[in-house]
Design a protein around this ligand. Sequence first.
Ligand SMILES: [Zn+2]
Ligand SMILES: [Zn+2]
Length: 374
Amino acid sequence: MWFSHMSGFLGTQKPDRMTHATVQGMFDGLRYPLPTDENQFLLCVSCGGKNRVPLHRALHQPDKARCGRCQSPLLLTPDAPLSVAANQYRHPLDQKATEALEAIPGVSAMLRKVVEVTSERYDRLFNQSSYVRVSDRQFPHLYRLFQKAALRLSLRELPELYVYGSGEVNAYTSGVEKHYVALSSSLCDSLKEPELLAVMAHELSHILSQHVLYKTAARLFTFAAGELAKATLGVGQLLLIPLQLALLKWDRCSELTADRGMLLATSDPALSLTVLAKLACGSRRLSEQLSLDDFMQQALLARQAPEENVLDKIYSLMQTASRTHPFPLWRAAELWHFCCRGDYLSLIRHRGDLGDGTSDEPGDIADAETSEPS
Ligand SMILES: [Zn+2]
Ligand SMILES: [Zn+2]
């Protein structure tokens, strides 16, 4: 799910020892835009040279980062397929929430059964009779973008893609046995092509990260828990609440992984953050005037504030009130942290023909040169 009452985010990279202080510490000093004197070291897989690269340039012009010694590219160009598995960019909070969910005995088998007898059949019938299926003949430009996102993420089998009429700017992935991605008409109207590709990549990352069963179950349980409560005067809801809460918590954590997939697929932090900003804003007209710098400053400030348990409470209230608020600013702050302080650059490192390039051999320190003056 791209943007719904079940999307959202809470998190830091050190979930086991999460405190207010550590959350603040992680984001301390993180700025947007980046100061120009911040550097990162990148290892060249061709000659083993260690290159000091200005971080802002590596992030915004990855194709221009070249080894100072042998001129080989240090980072993948944006159209080259990534050779990373989804678990290499899985957010630690996604990992932790998945473990918590799977600690419930028999949960996967039970949810699979529930989904199979309810939404799986209904979904298929509904899609076939209500949604427009995208193909190389129907909206071919969308189909090409979809193929491109899948190729970049090295997804072998292209899922079905649909467009559905809705005023809500949204997209989601479903179909436990046979995956599909659905884009709302408002999303297609509101975003430019590279931004649509980014959203598609976010959705495909849910598939690659094997999120689809739990996401479908989370969506179903939000609906079914209420229905069951009505039928059982509230007793059923009491039984379902712990599982539902575990699912909802997992659901918003899974968004962080999918946002990373979007970023890796586009190699364009500003684009990925713009997409989050546009979806937070929601207005097509106002989106044209959005300041990404101001949005990110707000996001980084917001990220420093609450503790996880406070967010949990806010989130529960939102669920009750059926509010649609997926914390897009928090996701943006988290994604920017992954860009600047996380593994992002090492995941898009050019691996050449010399294996995976994970040698720890120290090379000479050389300032990387760009192929063109910047
Ligand atoms: Zn999502
Ligand atoms: Zn080199």
